[in-house]
Design a protein around this ligand. Structure first.
Ligand SMILES: [Zn+2]
Length: 335
């Protein structure tokens, strides 16, 4: 095989940066944080694929390098998105899509088992190899905290200013409030309405395809009912929250497919007058591409069937449990 022509993506930063970690330096100088947290979110929807593990590996490596470079403690915070859709169904009458999340379908214990089964040994190995501590939290745990709810309620005050950023094609933000009887929620929130908002909280009405009309009250103290936000909205609330602790510099580590979406999150952060130094830094990792230049996507390939697999895709790239070796060996290869 001849030498590959391209081994590293060039970028406009070629003359400005010596190393990727230098991206963080202006923020480290401006904020003087006590700790840097590299935040990675991953949908808990089955077996991880190579791209997922690459983003996570980058977070651990960056933490190690940042600690050495800036002399500041650095760790990894892993957010397990257990609100990923587990099943989607159409209301036979209205044809509105309804969905049930992983945590609603499987329960908290099973989610814990999935995280342990797919990620625990991998993270432990990465943690050893990079001498970096990590914590795991679930989206369900985050959304239940008073701080997350307070931030969500604050965003409702600005709903007119943020809704086109978070839903640029139609202006309807998807706030999913599962039915208290069955746990299903309208996927696109067509019949979910904010009916009242004051300092005590927000009241919504929604319609279940099985149980009819219901009402949901979200307040800053109460940890129920469940609050499931669509991707861009969830990131707005998460980033607003992450930026509040002056002692911590949060760095969001994301796959490169997020680069476009973050402009919309930034628009919403700006519409809420978020101070620039409270907008988290973000590092985008390279994507694994198919020969066509498209992202090597598990879900797209699943739709096309295994016959559509490019010839150079090894089975472990889409199902990392198929790696022909132990976890430490896999982590060594990624590092
Ligand atoms: Zn229901």
């Amino acid at each position: 095989m001849s030498d590959p022509l391209l081994i590293s993506p060039n970028s406009i930063l070629a003359n400005a940066l010596l190393r990727s970690v230098d991206l963080l330096r202006p923020r480290v100088h401006a904020r003087r944080p006590a700790r840097i947290e590299f935040v990675v979110g991953t949908q808990i929807n089955g077996v991880p694929h190579l791209g997922t593990n690459l983003v996570q590996t980058a977070a651990f490596l960056l933490a190690k390098i940042a600690r050495r470079e800036f002399g500041i403690e650095a760790m990894v915070r892993f957010g397990a998105l257990d609100n990923a859709p587990y099943e989607v169904d159409l209301d036979p009458d209205t044809h509105h899509a309804y969905q049930r999340t992983y945590v609603h379908a499987l329960g908290k214990d099973r989610i814990g088992e999935i995280i342990d089964g797919y990620y625990r040994a991998f993270f432990d190995s990465l943690s050893d190899a990079t001498d970096t501590a990590y914590v795991v939290e679930t989206y369900s745990g985050q959304q239940a905290t008073p701080a997350f709810r307070a931030e969500f309620l604050r965003s409702l005050d600005h709903i007119e200013a943020i809704r086109w950023w978070l839903a640029p094609s139609h202006g309807v933000i998807h706030t999913r409030l599962p039915c208290p009887d069955c746990g299903w929620a309208e996927k696109r929130g067509e019949r979910t309405r904010l009916t009242h908002l004051d300092e005590d909280g927000a009241r919504f009405t929604a319609v279940c395809f099985d149980h009819g009309d219901y009402e949901v009250h979200i307040d800053p103290e109460d940890d129920s009912p469940y609050l499931d936000l669509a991707t861009l909205y969830r990131n707005l609330v998460k980033e607003r929250l992450a930026g509040r602790d002056a002692n911590v510099l949060p760095v969001m580590v994301k796959g490169g497919d997020w680069a476009f979406g973050c402009q919309l999150v930034d628009g919403a952060l700006g519409a809420m007058a978020t101070p620039p130094l409270q907008v988290p830094m973000r590092v985008f990792t390279p994507q694994v591409l198919a020969p066509t230049g498209a992202k090597l996507s598990k879900s797209l390939l699943r739709e096309r069937g295994t016959a559509a697999l490019p010839a150079d895709v090894e089975p472990w790239m889409l199902d990392t449990t198929a790696w022909p070796g132990d976890v430490d060996h896999y982590v060594d290869a990624l590092l």
